[in-house]
Design a protein around this ligand. Structure first.
Ligand code: AMP
Ligand code: MG
Length: 410
C-alpha cells in the first residue's frame, strides 16, 4: 500500500467543494399532499391543533372512574354509549357509573381509565368489572402525537409516506415544496448501442449496450428530477459542444457519463472548457476516480466516469447529495451503519473503497466475488456498499461501515 497519488482528492473534500457550488433552487410550488411523496418541503409545518385533538380510548371497553373500583369485582350501571366520532354528545360520567366506549371515542369528563371489554361482563344494563384499572389506562392523551404549536416537519425535510400522513393529521391538504430540478442527461461513447436498435446477435465487434443511460435516468427520477434524456453523443468535439450548448439553457444540471478521462477520445473536458469552466477531479475512491464539475453558461455540469459501477457509485456518493441540496434538503450526509464482515479483504488499496456486498442469513456481509468497476452485476447482487477507508484490510468478523442501497436509492 502506498499513499494516494498526488492530485487525487479525498472524497470528503471533493464532496464539500461540490456542495459549495449548489444552492437551493428559489422556485417553490404548492402540491397536493397526495402527490408530495419524495418532494422537499419549502415551509415549516406548525400544527394548529393537538393530535389527537382530545383524550380518547385506545380500546373497546368501558370508561370508568378508578375511585369506583377499589373493591373488586364491581358492578356499575352503563349510563351511555360513546362511539368513535361522538362529539360534544358525551355527557360527564357520573360517579358510580360506566360508559360503553369504543376505540377512538372521546373520554367523557370525569372518567380516568378504560377497562377493556375482555375484562368485563355485561349483566342487563350493568357491567361487572373484575380488574383494577390504573389511572390513565387505555387513554390516548390529547396532543400526545403532536402538541398544538409544534413544528412537525421543517423546510428542507424530504417527504416520506409517513410524513404525508403526519402532514394530513394536522390538516394540510397541500404542501409548499421546492420545484423539481431539471436535468439533461447524455451518454458519450461511439461504442454505445441502444437496446432495441440492434439485436444481441447483430452487435458489431466492439459495440456494447448503453447501460448507464438506464440507471442514471432511473436514479434521477427517484430523486425527484425532471429528466431530458438526450441519448448518445458521439465521441467528437463538435458534437459534444453542440449537445452541451443545447442542454444548457433549459436545465439546472447537465449530467454525462463517459469521456471524462483525458484520452484523445475524451471530449468532455475540452467541450466544457469552450463553453464555460471545468474542474476535473481525480477522486481517491475505488470504483470512481475521474469526476468532472463545471459550468456551461449558468448551468451546472457534472461528468461521471463511463465504467458502469464507477458511474453508479459516484452518482450515489456525489450527485445525489448535490441534487438534494439543489432541492433545499438540509440532511445531506450519506448514512452508514456498523456491520460485520463475513469475508476477507486482504489487500489494502491506497484509495477509499466502496465494495459491493450483501447481507447473509446470519446478518453478516458477504462480498461479491468480482469487484471490477465494469461489472454491474455486483450492484444488482448487492444490497449496499462497504465504505472501506484507504489502506485498510478487512478480516472475517471485523466491524465495517455499511451504506445500504435502500438508503441512497430513495
Ligand atoms: P470512458 O469513461 O468513456 O473512457 O469509458 C470507460 C468504460 O466504460 C469503457 O469501457 C466504456 O465502453 C464504458 N462505458 C462508457 N459509457 C458507457 C455506457 N453508457 N454504458 C455502458 N458502458 C459504458
Ligand atoms: Mg468513452
Amino acid at each position: 500500500m502506498s499513499e494516494a497519488r498526488p492530485g487525487q482528492r479525498p472524497l470528503d473534500e471533493a464532496l464539500a467543494e461540490l456542495l459549495g457550488f449548489a444552492s437551493a433552487l428559489s422556485d417553490v410550488e404548492s402540491v397536493s399532499t397526495f402527490d408530495a411523496d419524495g418532494r422537499v418541503l419549502a415551509q415549516d409545518l406548525v400544527s394548529g391543533l393537538h393530535v389527537p385533538p382530545q383524550d380518547n380510548s385506545s380500546m373497546d371497553g368501558y370508561a370508568v372512574r378508578c375511585a369506583d373500583l377499589t373493591q373488586l369485582p364491581v358492578v356499575l350501571p352503563v349510563t351511555q354509549r360513546i362511539p368513535a366520532g361522538a362529539g360534544a354528545g358525551a355527557a360527564p360520567l357520573a360517579p358510580g357509573s360506566a360508559a360503553r366506549i369504543f376505540t377512538g371515542a372521546p373520554i367523557p369528563a370525569g372518567a380516568n381509565a378504560v377497562v377493556m371489554q375482555e375484562d368485563c361482563e355485561l349483566q342487563d344494563g350493568a357491567v361487572r368489572i373484575k380488574v383494577q384499572p390504573l389511572p390513565g389506562q387505555w387513554i390516548r392523551r390529547a396532543g400526545e402525537d403532536v402538541a398544538i404549536g409544534a413544528t412537525v416537519l421543517a423546510s428542507g425535510d424530504r417527504l416520506t409516506p409517513a410524513a404525508l400522513g403526519l402532514s394530513a393529521s394536522i390538516g394540510m391538504a397541500a404542501l409548499l415544496v421546492r420545484r423539481r430540478p431539471r436535468v439533461a442527461l447524455f451518454s458519450t461513447g461511439d461504442e454505445l448501442v441502444m437496446p432495441g436498435d440492434v439485436a444481441p446477435t447483430d452487435m458489431r465487434p466492439g459495440a456494447i449496450y448503453n447501460s448507464n443511460r438506464f440507471f442514471l435516468r432511473a436514479l434521477l427520477l427517484r430523486l425527484g428530477c425532471e429528466v431530458t434524456d438526450l441519448g448518445i453523443v458521439p465521441d467528437r468535439l463538435d458534437a459534444t459542444i453542440e449537445a452541451l450548448r443545447g442542454a444548457a439553457s433549459q436545465h439546472d444540471l447537465i449530467l454525462t457519463s463517459g469521456g471524462v478521462s483525458v484520452g484523445e477520445e475524451d471530449h468532455i473536458k475540452p467541450a466544457v472548457q469552450v463553453l464555460g469552466t471545468l474542474a476535473l477531479w481525480q477522486i481517491a475512491i475505488k470504483p470512481g476516480k475521474p469526476f468532472a464539475y463545471g459550468r456551461v453558461h449558468d448551468t451546472h455540469f457534472i461528468g461521471l466516469p463511463g465504467n458502469p459501477v464507477s458511474s453508479y457509485v459516484t452518482f450515489l456518493l456525489l450527485v445525489r447529495p448535490f441534487l438534494l441540496k439543489l432541492q433545499g434538503v438540509t440532511e445531506l450526509e450519506t448514512k452508514s451503519v456498523a456491520a460485520q464482515a463475513h469475508f476477507d479483504w486482504p489487500r489494502a488499496d491506497r484509495r477509499r473503497e466502496f465494495l459491493r456486498v450483501r447481507h447473509n442469513a446470519a446478518g453478516g456481509l458477504e462480498l461479491f466475488a468480482n469487484q471490477s468497476s465494469a461489472v454491474l452485476t455486483s450492484a444488482v447482487w448487492g444490497d449496499g456498499l462497504v465504505d472501506n477507508p484507504p489502506g485498510q484490510t478487512i478480516a472475517h468478523g471485523d466491524s465495517v461501515r455499511f451504506i445500504p442501497f435502500a438508503e441512497v436509492l430513495q
